[in-house]
Ligand binder design. Structure first.
Ligand SMILES: Nc1ncnc2c1ncn2[C@@H]1O[C@H](COP(=O)(O)OP(=O)(O)OP(=O)(O)O)[C@@H](O)[C@H]1O
Length: 368
């Protein structure tokens, strides 16, 4: 669906999208921390992981299987690389969507070398037969390869060398229990604080040879939605701006001017986020309004509004989901510089009590 201004939003095109883009890979890998000491934040996961790795080194065995969960761009791939590095082991990278048949997985598993680290991104998207093969591989370092079809099919057992599986998922809840249980360690990555993102940015600016003031870092960090991948991306855009404008030392003013130009505001909201919020407040008086009505009002697909804009707006306390539809929270009016009317939905105790309750299905029941 086209927007009013004719520019359809592609989630991956957004400057503040946490998913990576193919042409970004090279730049990203140059900024990746190489060991646990360089890895900023996530203190608890880092400490626990460090213990797991140290213990397996002392036992002279490959490390336990590790499951990393959390939203995109928080460092799951980076941690998998660090695990391999710290174990002095090679790393093999694949992903759930790439493994559609058990045979795809068998091919990978049977070519692993002793101690190798196998990173499976989006592990929750693996096919069921592959997943079942993985159970046995993780537990017994063995797979049964089925040869032939129908009555003549035979299964040939194949021993595997000990390896470490690092699984990554944005949706730990979608992982079947038997798979989850086979991981010796599970680490959940949290969004980063502004202070932590400042450290990420300092390190990246050093690698990029950028001169920047403390306030400049703070400005970029506070617009980065708690996500290092976004922080690094915004930093690159600020660097471009400074280069073109002949600014040698980037301060808060330069950073904010650059990011305002890219339409990433002081809270990290971009044009799509703001248009959803503005429509909710100005066209629907702060709601409640059904998701699809809201999507039509901003000229976007329902799915785009729901999966691209909403999660961050909800996290920031700007938008609320209730069984009767979406409502603008007090912070939304404030952020847009508008006074909230006396009867604004967020003031209704019944709606407040229903916040965060069953949303999508129920919301559509109530709309239009
Ligand atoms: N703790 C950290 N310290 C410094 N930089 C980090 C940290 N975490 C992530 N980064 C940077 O953010 C970028 C994205 O990280 P990474 O690719 O590991 O995220 P991810 O969680 O695997 O994302 P996805 O799930 O989308 O693949 C990397 O380039 C890395 O430089």
């Amino acid at each position: 669906m086209a927007r009013e201004d004719g520019a359809a939003v592609n989630a991956r095109d957004r400057l503040v999208s946490a998913t990576d883009e193919p042409d970004e890979k090279q730049l990203e890998s140059a900024l990746r921390p190489a060991n646990l000491d360089e890895f900023v934040g996530q203190k608890r996961v880092r400490q626990q992981l460090s213990l797991v790795l140290e213990a397996s080194r002392l036992r002279g065995r490959s490390a336990d299987h590790v499951l990393l969960s959390g939203p995109p761009g928080l460092g799951k791939t980076t941690l998998a690389m660090i695990i391999a590095e710290e174990m002095g082991a090679p790393l093999r990278i694949s992903s759930g969507p790439a493994i559609q048949h058990a045979g795809d997985l068998a091919a990978i598993l049977s070519s692993l070398t002793e101690g190798e680290v196998l990173f499976l991104d989006e592990i929750h998207r693996m096919s069921r037969p592959a997943e079942e093969m993985l159970y046995m591989a993780m537990e017994d370092f063995r797979v049964d390869i089925v040869v032939g079809k129908g009555a003549g099919a035979t299964s040939i057992p194949l021993d595997l060398p000990p390896f470490t599986l690092v699984g990554a998922t944005t949706r730990a809840g979608l992982l079947p229990g038997p798979l989850r249980d086979r991981f010796g360690f599970t680490g959940h990555l949290e969004f980063y604080s502004v202070e932590e993102l400042e450290l990420v940015l300092r390190r990246s600016a050093g690698l990029m040879d950028l001169a920047m003031t403390a306030e400049g870092f703070a400005e970029v960090a506070s617009r980065s939605r708690g996500t290092p991948r976004i922080a690094n991306r915004l930093l690159r855009r600020v660097r471009d701006w400074a280069l073109v404008h002949g600014v040698e030392r980037i301060d808060a003013r330069a950073a904010s001017t650059a990011l305002d130009m890219y339409e990433v505001d002081a809270r990290g909201l971009d044009r799509l986020d703001r248009s959803v919020l503005t429509a909710l407040v100005t066209k629907f008086n702060g709601g409640p309004v059904g998701l699809s009505t809201l999507a039509i009002a901003v000229g976007e697909e329902t799915e785009t509004v729901e999966t691209v804009a909403e999660p961050y707006l909800v996290r920031e306390g700007l938008l609320g989901r209730t069984p009767r539809g979406r409502i603008a929270m007090a912070a939304a009016w404030e952020h847009l510089g508008l006074p909230a009317p006396e009867h604004a939905a967020y003031r209704d105790p019944a709606l407040r009590a229903a916040l965060g309750g069953p949303d999508e299905d129920d919301a559509t029941l109530f709309e239009d």
